[in-house]
Design a protein. Structure first.
Length: 319
């Protein structure tokens, strides 16, 4: 099971030699933490202290890693396990190396769509992870973004995985393409095999739509940052996460010799990294409507914790 936060209650005992009974103060009860307190704890207590002194080399999944990914037993846990950390003994087989960022989801005034939950309130305390699926090839790469939206009280974080495609993209500009929660079908044979394995896991999970390229947004539309549930959620069908012009320019000349993690460290704090757009089901891309921005709130870092422990659940709607 994933490690859970354990509140340690310190009890002080008196050492005096009185013959009378020793009075004990009642055990203090830890107050519920806010979303930002949770994010602060992860960032300052886990990610920052474990920053790399020297970045590890990027690697490609081995044959045994790929075989493990093809098993339902392994991949179904990505759908069923909640929490913020990988189970003991479990490691990232793909997207194993990346960089972490503190982000703010800022909803634009008058954003169209009337969506609810996080899509209406925004979120001040988000931790994102930029990663590549594997070591980049000479002419191609496979970038991705995962978001962890922290929720106050005893509610778990809400997670979202975003990519342009699970197939390789031309070039090494991490910000060359728009990411989304809905991906096109894979073209490469090996990627089709992986997608088929994940689809079997989604069926076992009980997903209403087992297509591995379709991740739901319902959990984000149904919850507010303080943990309150939305009575009648309204959810966008598709989220488009479009890199800003300054983000694209940062890596426009990147090649296979450039380490994307070092490039990402150059993103300016306080500026929008992505613009977010929404699409209703069946709408063409040209009808996308602006929702807001993801703004960088702290310098991007790469860490042992991010690579070895930080976990993002895949979210698919159940039947």
């Amino acid at each position: 099971m994933l490690p859970r936060l354990i509140c340690l209650l310190a009890i002080t005992a008196s050492g005096c030699q009185s013959a009378g009974p020793v009075a004990h103060a009642p055990n203090p009860v830890a107050p519920p933490r806010t979303a930002c307190q949770k994010a602060d704890s992860m960032w300052h207590d886990r990610i920052i202290p474990s920053r790399y002194d020297q970045l590890p080399p990027l690697t490609t999944p081995g044959i045994f890693d790929v075989l493990k990914l093809l098993t339902t037993r392994f991949s179904v846990k990505a759908l069923t396990v909640e929490g913020d950390e990988l189970e003991e003994g479990r490691r990232k087989l793909i997207h194993a190396f990346g960089a972490e960022a503190r982000l703010r989801l800022v909803i634009s005034p008058g954003a169209a769509g009337g969506y609810t939950g996080i899509f209406q309130s925004g979120a001040e305390c988000v931790i994102g992870r930029f990663s590549l699926a594997s070591k980049p090839a000479i002419d191609t790469s496979i970038p991705a973004l995962a978001l962890k939206v922290f929720i106050g009280g005893d509610r778990p974080s809400l997670n979202l995985h975003l990519m342009h495609s699970i197939d390789d993209q031309a070039g090494h500009n991490f910000f060359a393409r728009t990411f989304s929660n809905i991906l096109p079908p894979a073209n490469a044979f090996a990627k089709r095999l992986l997608a088929s394995a994940f689809e079997r896991s989604a069926v076992q999970f009980g997903a209403s739509d087992p297509d591995p390229g379709r991740l739901t947004l319902e959990h984000l539309a149904g919850t507010l940052p303080d943990g309150a549930r939305v009575a009648a959620p309204k959810t966008p069908y598709q989220l488009l996460v479009k890199p800003t012009a300054s983000s694209r320019a940062l890596m426009q000349d990147a090649d296979a010799e450039d380490d994307f993690r070092l490039k990402l460290a150059g993103l300016p704090v306080g500026q929008a990294v992505y613009e977010l757009y929404t699409l209703a089901e069946g709408d063409p891309a040209e009808r996308a409507r602006l929702l807001g921005e993801l703004v960088l709130a702290a310098p991007v870092v790469s860490s042992h914790y991010g690579d070895e422990k930080l976990y993002f659940q895949h979210n698919m709607a159940r039947k």
